[in-house]
Design a protein around this ligand. Structure first.
Ligand code: DX5
Ligand code: ZN
Length: 221
């Protein structure tokens, strides 16, 4: 995998042509696909579930699918997404009654596991599970919708998370999600992120390759 991972969020893709959109964005240089699952309960929006993940696999998508669960409760969806071909599964700690168990379920199913932190959720949930996470995802918007503005306080939180990862010695990706674009990606990387979710910044443009190339140039400094 690249040092920096660009993960387009299909939340902003054209759902009527989803297979084609995913093919196009991967061909344009995306590393993995970010898959937003919303349940109209944990977050005030409703999106897609395991059937759609399975359909993308059937369509021939071999890239990693990064499933971001914004659902409560989480455990049933973990099993369904493992079955459906997810590669990475992340969930919000407040949405799980048993965080350690949910993380273990994900790894036992052969997927990478991660925790997601809303802008106001403290990182202390990590304290006793650093050995059980492969990814830490910091939300830089309140979850539920694409196209919102990056919350600047996320930069300090990224630095805090980066310090925790470095001190732990574990191989953990630090992902950021919400309001990421070619304009702020360099600054976000400097704060410690290595994996970048971008929905509207990529799918909102006609030329996906141009945006992704610009992002990589920005990341290269
Ligand atoms: C928001 C989702 C994001 C969203 C990001 O709840 O988790 O993945 O698609 O969209 P942009 O990049 O447009 O902010
Ligand atoms: Zn997301």
């Amino acid at each position: 995998m690249n040092d920096f991972i660009i993960a387009p969020s299909i939340l902003s893709a054209d759902f009527a042509r989803l297979g084609e959109e995913v093919d196009n964005v991967l061909e344009a240089g995306a590393d993995i696909i970010h898959f937003d699952v919303m349940d109209n309960h944990y977050v005030p929006n409703l999106t897609i579930g395991p059937m759609v993940c399975k359909a993308l696999r059937k369509h021939g998508v071999t890239a990693d699918i990064d499933v971001h669960l914004m659902v409560k409760p989480v455990d049933r969806m973990i099993g369904d997404f493992i079955e459906a071909g997810a590669s990475i599964i992340t969930f919000h700690p407040e949405a799980s009654e048993h965080i350690d168990r949910s993380l273990q379920m994900i790894r036992a199913g052969g997927c990478k596991a991660g925790l997601v932190f809303n802008p106001a959720t403290p990182l202390h949930y990590l304290k006793h599970v650093m050995d059980k996470v492969d990814m830490i995802l910091l939300m830089s918007v309140n979850p539920g919708f694409g196209g919102q503005s990056f919350i600047p306080g996320t930069l300090d939180k990224l630095r805090e998370a980066r310090a925790l990862i470095d001190a732990s010695g574990y191989d953990i990706r630090l992902e950021v999600d919400g309001g990421v674009s070619e304009k702020n990606i360099a600054e976000i990387a400097k704060a410690g992120a290595d994996t970048f979710v971008a929905g509207s910044a990529i799918f909102g443009k006609d030329n996906y390759k141009q945006v992704i190339d610009t992002m990589r140039k920005e990341l290269a400094g």
